[in-house]
Design a protein around this ligand. Structure first.
Ligand code: ZN
Length: 491
């Protein structure tokens, strides 16, 4: 069945599911204590987001319960759920089918009869999640469990949390009947985690006119909490590029009882050991330079001194080493990195194989050349029995989003104001997001997951017991709504 027809058919079911979920959702929110006045009633839906945050928490719990582990993804059910939420608000969503069982969903709040894509603001988040190892979780990863002030579940942060927050900001504008000076477009994508044939690449190829925009907000940056307060806000404006490289050693197969020197397992192991010692040269992109300037002011004197010396003639190299050793994130922001991830060789315990292979997951700085890196690695490995081959589907470097745009300045201003004056710094993520594809289509896309999170909580994304603090979720909904409102209504 065509998805939009299916949408109509299941609308009643979705609405019922939604209604049933709301009381459950409200459980985790602390109520005002008896005898303490609850405060003045909200002046307008835009000025008080606590009610919508409570609803959004329910949507998030429901979305967690729809298992969209990718592979295989199966995002269509989650897309239909989101469409149901929108339809209940009198918004007309559209399902964008990309593959069997895999759909995105888009909706638009219009500012004028004629759309002006170059001004439009796109709120984007993805529906799929990474798989779980259920045996390592202490709760059901698809249960939407609330415990000790946290909502647990795969996707609680990445990216169903952002999806629910986008939905809240979008619906708030609709409920307020806000007069918009630009279109606001809501988009929930599929297949972000694998970047395959159902991903935003395909959506752009098939449906670009449905969500073409000049500006976007997406995941990619974070609000970093340290020692109980927000240390800084990282606003992602660029990202690294992923490329997989196969390391292939070849030799003659034979009987393991009479080993020879051309055993490919030995050649491969030696090559990987050499690659493991390699450290690519440091390249400062404009964003990384500004990031470190900001970060130096937040760190203790000792590390700040080294951060500030990284670009100097005399102490630069040593400083780069100290800073890289201090943080795997900083190391990866400064240079291309190589992580061997998969090894394979051998058919039987007593057979020397003819081939041994490894995969290197390479993350290039945008602008760096894969060929230059390959040259370095070939020189280092220096073994004719070993070949390095770039694998298909290498990422493309996108131009960075501007650090001068009105939208960037507004995100920085509102986020800093809302998080106690903490600085908002431009951020180049070492991880990938849908924003690279948007930037390749001239969208000024910025990454900000608006929830204040500790390292401990961030670590759980893609790991076990992923969870979001309920208080951080409501705060994030509030901040995101303010950003979207200010840009779409007053800007
Ligand atoms: Zn994500």
């Amino acid at each position: 069945m065509n998805c939009n027809r299916m949408l109509q058919v299941i609308m009643r079911t979705a609405a019922a599911l939604l209604a049933a979920s709301l009381p459950v959702a409200a459980q985790g929110i602390p109520q005002a204590a008896p005898g303490i006045p609850a405060g003045p009633p909200p002046a307008s839906p835009l000025s008080n987001t606590s009610a919508i945050a409570r609803e959004a928490q329910g949507w998030l719990a429901d979305l967690i319960k729809i298992n969209t582990s990718n592979p295989p993804g199966n995002e269509q059910l989650a897309a239909l759920y989101v469409a149901g939420v929108l339809q209940k608000e009198g918004i007309k969503p559209e399902m964008l089918d990309v593959a069997p069982g895999r759909s995105a969903v888009v909706a638009r709040l219009r500012s004028a009869a004629m759309a002006n894509p170059s001004k439009a603001l796109l709120l984007v988040a993805h529906l799929d999640v990474v798989p779980v190892d259920k045996s390592r979780w202490t709760v059901d990863p698809f249960g939407g469990v609330i415990k000790d002030g946290y909502l647990y579940g795969r996707g609680a942060i990445d990216d169903k949390g952002m999806l629910a927050a986008n939905l809240a900001a979008f619906i708030t504008l609709k409920r307020a009947n806000a007069h918009l000076n630009r279109d606001v477009i809501f988009l929930a994508t599929a297949d972000e985690e694998q970047g395959g044939d159902a991903s935003i690449r395909m959506l752009i190829a098939k449906y670009w006119d449905k969500f073409a925009a000049g500006f976007a907000i997406n995941e990619g940056g974070n609000v970093f909490v340290k020692n109980g307060k927000v240390q800084y806000i990282g606003v992602q404006a660029s990202e690294k590029v992923a490329v997989n490289v196969a390391v292939i050693a070849r030799g003659a197969s034979g009987h393991a009882s009479q080993p020879t020197k051309d055993n490919p397992v030995i050649h491969l192991a030696a090559a990987i050991a050499k690659i493991g010692t390699y450290s690519a040269p440091v390249h400062f992109t404009a964003i990384v330079r500004r990031y470190f300037e900001g970060v130096a002011a937040l760190e203790d004197d000792e590390i700040a001194k080294w951060i500030r010396s990284m670009d100097t003639q005399d102490r630069g190299e040593h400083a780069q080493r100290v800073v890289s050793d201090a943080s795997p994130l900083w190391n990866a922001m400064l240079r291309d990195t190589i992580a061997p991830t998969v090894l394979s060789a051998g058919v039987a315990n007593n057979v020397i194989p003819a081939e041994a292979r490894a995969n290197l997951n390479v993350r290039l700085l945008p602008g760096d050349s894969m060929n230059a890196l390959l040259n370095d690695l070939n020189k280092l490995v220096n073994d004719p029995a070993v070949k390095l081959e770039v694998q298909p589907n290498a990422g493309l470097a996108a131009p960075p989003s501007s650090l001068e745009s009105d939208f960037y300045n507004l995100i920085v201003k509102v986020a800093s104001q809302e998080f106690g004056g903490a600085p908002a710094l431009p951020f180049q993520s070492t991880w990938l997001t849908d924003s690279a594809q948007l930037r390749l289509h001239n969208v000024q896309a910025y990454g900000l997951v608006p929830f204040p999170l500790t390292q401990e909580d961030l670590r759980r994304m893609h790991g076990d017991d992923e969870r979001i603090p309920l208080a951080a979720f409501s705060k994030g909904v509030d901040v995101l709504t303010k950003i979207v409102e200010e840009f779409a209504v007053t800007h």
